[in-house]
Design a protein around this ligand. Structure first.
Ligand code: CTP
Length: 406
């Protein structure tokens, strides 16, 4: 990713300490980050921490380095402004154009995308004043992300937790690549995304699995939630990742469990995206004890039974107007290229869209970036250039919105 200038505005909430991790993530990906905290934020994290991690001086007011007119320069030079955490107070000031410190002045001079990552108590997030301020900011084109639900400061839990720093860095990466990638165009839509690889047990300690990391499915869920959808993520086995903010997660293990969970969640859904790597076969017999090797017995043979094709079942039972998106992981062989196989798969499966990834040689599985093609049942074909998995996710949701508004 090329070196961009990011302004990291830090609000005065307990989650300010997580801004340090966001800062770390951004600088490690090569970005030049200027931290602009509010005076209140410095009650939680010292300026020295931000200075050391960013390599830039840190000020809160407009009366330092006056000849440089910092509030104008910092805002104008930025490629992206992130506010982490966005407190109710900061959202209110930003919504109403109040400029009484360096950060709020910078917000008025910035002409780049601005993304607020809220963190506050549930009551404050749900207060009509905050709701109104969030709507106002969104209507002006700012991104105000959905906070996560979970443990808040003190003993309370609920909606209002800051999104995980890893997720914030991921979304920042998306906005830097595509400033228009998070419109609120999925509001009112119920979507189901399956992710990760299923495991088919052989005995109490062994299973047949696959190399899916679940990252693409998580990226799809994350982007859909931030575009306003009500998202259910059916997650099979994945690498360790933070739960996407604002997403309901159901965890499963086997293909059959995934099948049940997807069909239940799909009933009221407008869109179902099958990004999971589902095992096509399962061992016909599940040994109740660990299978032992023995010099007296022949080595065991594993007999496999076919699993149901969930995507095909979804297509066969779909509700009117429901959109179904499949994935195809292809390598290409002597019978045809990746795209030849994918076109045949789209015809066979009957989904509205098929996202095609070339796999093998370190492509797609267990890596950060992805590329592919988006094939439509109407014959359309679009190449998706190599980029972060959130970028591919945004391209999929663009295509879904396009299809559902036709
Ligand atoms: N899929 C599914 N149920 C299965 C197998 C796959 O719903 N039992 C879905 C996947 O989630 C994906 C799509 O079907 O969206 C294609 O998966 P893929 O493994 O590429 O295709 P297969 O149908 O398994 O075909 P093949 O392995 O023969 O290429």
């Amino acid at each position: 990713m090329s070196k961009s200038r990011v302004v990291l505005g830090v609000g005065g909430g307990i989650a300010a300490y997580k801004a340090c991790e966001v800062l770390r993530g951004l600088t490690e990906s090569g970005h030049d980050v200027r931290v602009v905290p509010t005076e209140a934020a410095l009650n939680f994290v010292g300026a020295a921490t931000f200075e050391a991690l960013s390599g830039h001086p840190v000020h809160t007011g407009v009366f330092t380095e006056v000849p440089e007119v910092q509030h104008v320069r910092i805002g104008k030079e930025a490629d992206l402004v992130l506010i982490v955490p966005a407190t109710a107070n900061l959202l209110a000031k930003a919504a109403h154009g109040i400029a009484d410190d360096l950060l709020t002045n910078t917000l008025l001079t910035a002409r780049c995308p601005v993304a607020f990552f809220p963190a506050m108590h549930t009551e404050m997030w749900e207060h009509p004043a905050t709701r109104h301020n969030v709507e106002l900011l969104r209507s002006r084109g700012s991104v105000v992300t959905e906070p996560a639900a979970g443990r808040l400061t003190g003993k309370d839990t609920g909606k209002g937790r800051l999104a995980d720093p890893e997720e914030i860095v991921d979304l920042a990466r998306l906005l830097l690549a595509r400033p228009d990638a998070l419109p609120r165009d999925l509001v009112g839509k119920r979507v189901v995304v399956s992710a990760g690889g299923t495991r088919e047990p052989l005995d109490p300690v062994r299973y047949l699995g696959n190399r899916s990391s679940g990252k693409q499915g998580y990226a799809l869920a994350r982007v859909a939630a931030q575009r306003g959808a009500e998202v259910t993520l059916i997650a099979a086995h994945t690498v360790a990742m933070p739960d996407p903010a604002g997403v309901t997660i159901e965890r499963v293990s086997t293909a059959e469990q995934l099948r049940q969970a997807v069909h239940t969640a799909a009933k009221p859904a407008d869109v179902v995206v099958m990004a999971a790597a589902v095992a096509d076969f399962r061992p016909a017999n599940l040994a109740t004890h660990k299978i032992k090797k023995s010099d007296d017995q022949p080595d065991p043979t594993i007999t496999l039974d076919r699993n149901a094709d969930i995507l095909a079942e979804l297509v066969a039972n779909r509700a009117p107007g429901q959109l179904i998106v499949g994935f195809a992981a292809e390598t290409g062989d002597e019978h045809g290229s990746v795209l030849d196989h994918a076109r045949a798969k789209l015809r066979r499966k009957g989904s509205d869209l098929l996202v095609v990834n070339a796999v093998g040689d370190g492509k797609a599985f267990e890596v950060e970036d992805n590329s592919g093609w988006l094939l439509g049942a109407d014959g359309s074909e679009r190449a998706i250039p190599l980029g972060a998995k959130v970028q591919l996710a945004a391209a999929v949701w663009d295509a879904v919105v396009d299809l559902s508004t036709r």
